[in-house]
Design a protein around this ligand. Structure first.
Ligand code: TYD
Ligand code: MG
Length: 485
């Protein structure tokens, strides 16, 4: 029998050490090393010396049948997976505690079960009664989902091997699972890895689609080894601000589909509601007429999404001014600030800068540069931007505004939501002729800054535009006008 060797494994990155130490040299985290039996990584049967079996090698040109997909019955979930669950695939869904992972997957399994498929929900965290309670609240108690509260992977695999192959199996969560083949405690890297391996083997063998729920550590990574992320076919992350009702499902990795699509949900008293038009949701709480806000016409995957960027530029009392950003890349903010300083004469070194993407959305497109710059300047000079304008365009280091993809899709969405004008890169005019919006094309950032500054009033004297003011009245799309009490 192989000698059992104990080693210390980092629970964050999976690096192994002979001795305990306070800090993991590989990932730099503190207090993440735990004692584990590392021989358990490889099952005994594989370690034994056996002669390899021969297998047939195939050519690339052979017949490949399309990955058969199965719709989850939830359009937003299907959009993120790339059109439904692929047979034999394993999906990892990560997210903060309480974000709604169990709710989402209870709804998905119920929809599948109602459509006549065998759908199984295994909870390692909650008792059957708790899961039932949630289903009742969601109005799904009568869905023929097969439910169990189990944590032993071997028991789960044996149970599910009987009868017809389930089409969908949810394991909530992978951190609670344990397998006999390794000795470590549940939740350790070795256990998580071995359990995931066993379940993935089961999925590939039977063709069932498995969804693993994964916990997220405080810095946003799915807890347990990164290797689980590499082992599965797709990694979805479920995000959102705890205080807000929006939830965004995003594909971080997907072997069978795109990774830039997002699914948008709203958490209600009756579970998650799918949001097919996210722009309306993100713009529903607009603070009209206040300086520092600009609407960005963005694209998420194949879908245009309008979202408000909010900036606050305030004099600092610190030696090093603060730069804080939520929902956008901090290095892009630094770049936009640098271009504003270098090319447009906007002095920001004495100011704290805060930038927030409303609604908990995380923007990854460089096309948001122009909207961010407009919001920043608007806040600095205390000049509200026109409430009926959308902004998009990438800013280059020279201060030029560069065109971005899918101009007409962005404009169409803006027109649909009642916006009247678009501020966009000069060279994008060609694609934008028939959108029905007034186009204000800017070739350089300097032009835009001058335009906004001309509307400015000294800080403190600013008054919100009156409702009877003709320009603002016509300019405000009726559905976004907020009732003033
Ligand atoms: P849950 O799905 O248990 O989160 P996770 O599995 O990601 O930890 O969701 C928990 C939160 O969702 C909880 O704070 C209550 C809220 N919730 C609703 O607002 N409405 C609902 O219908 C349900 C079921 C949950
Ligand atoms: Mg849960």
């Amino acid at each position: 029998m192989a000698k059992s060797t104990l080693s210390f494994v980092c629970q964050n990155c999976g690096a192994a050490y002979n001795r305990w130490q306070g800090k993991c040299d590989a990932c730099g985290e503190w207090n993440t090393l735990a004692e584990e039996d590392s021989t358990g990584n490889v099952p005994v049967s594989i370690r034994s010396k056996r002669k390899g079996r021969t297998f047939a090698l195939e050519s690339l040109s052979g017949k490949s049948h399309d990955a058969p997909r199965l719709s989850s019955g939830m359009t937003e979930l299907d959009r993120v997976t790339g059109g439904g669950f692929v047979r034999g695939s394993v999906l990892l869904v990560g997210g903060d505690p309480g974000i709604g992972k169990s709710t989402l997957l209870t709804q998905a399994t119920s929809m599948m079960a109602r459509a006549g498929h065998r759908a199984v929900y295994i909870s390692g965290e909650e008792a059957v009664a708790q899961v039932r309670l949630r289903a009742e609240r969601l109005g799904l108690a009568n869905a023929p989902v097969q439910l169990a509260s189990e944590t032993s992977v071997e028991d789960i695999v044996s149970t599910l091997s009987e009868g017809t192959v389930p089409r969908l199996i949810v394991i909530d969560s992978i951190q609670t699972m344990w397998t006999d083949t390794v000795e470590s405690a549940p939740g350790t890297v070795t256990q998580v890895r071995a359990s995931a391996q066993a379940l993935i083997r089961f999925a590939k063998k039977t063709g069932a689609a498995i969804i693993l729920v994964g916990h997220v550590t405080k810095d946003g990574q799915i807890a347990g080894p990164r290797v689980v992320e590499h082992m599965v076919d797709a990694v979805l992350s479920f995000e959102g601000e705890g205080s807000q009702q929006f939830r965004i499902l995003r594909a971080v990795k997907n072997r069978f589909g795109p990774t830039d699509e997002i699914g948008v949900f709203e958490m209600t008293g009756l579970g998650l509601r799918e949001v097919s038009n996210p722009s309306e949701l993100f713009l529903s709480e607009r603070d009209l007429g206040s300086p520092g806000t600009a609407v960005f016409a963005g694209i998420e995957g194949t879908r245009p999404v309008l979202v408000e960027l909010q900036a606050l530029v305030a004099p600092t009392s610190l030696g090093t001014p603060r730069r804080a950003v939520v929902g956008w890349d901090p290095s892009r903010l630094s770049m936009v600030l640098a271009v504003l300083e270098a090319h447009c004469g906007v002095k920001l070194s004495g100011h704290d800068v805060y930038l927030n993407v409303a609604g908990g959305l995380r923007i990854q497109e460089p096309a948001a540069d122009l909207a961010a710059a407009a919001a920043l300047v608007s806040s600095l000079v205390n000049a509200p931007l026109p409430t009926d304008a959308v902004y998009f365009g990438e800013i280059s280091l020279s201060g030029a505004v560069r065109p971005v993809a899918q101009t007409s899709a962005r404009l169409k969405e803006a027109a649909k939501l009642g916006f009247g004008r678009a501020v966009l890169p000069e060279s994008a005019r060609g694609d934008a002729s028939d959108a029905g919006l007034a186009l204000n094309s800017v070739g350089g950032l300097t032009t835009l800054v001058a335009e906004i500054a001309a509307r400015g009033t000294p800080r403190g004297n600013h008054q919100a535009p009156r409702d009877d003011e003709p320009v603002e009245k016509n300019a405000t799309p009726a559905r976004f006008r907020r009732e003033k009490s």
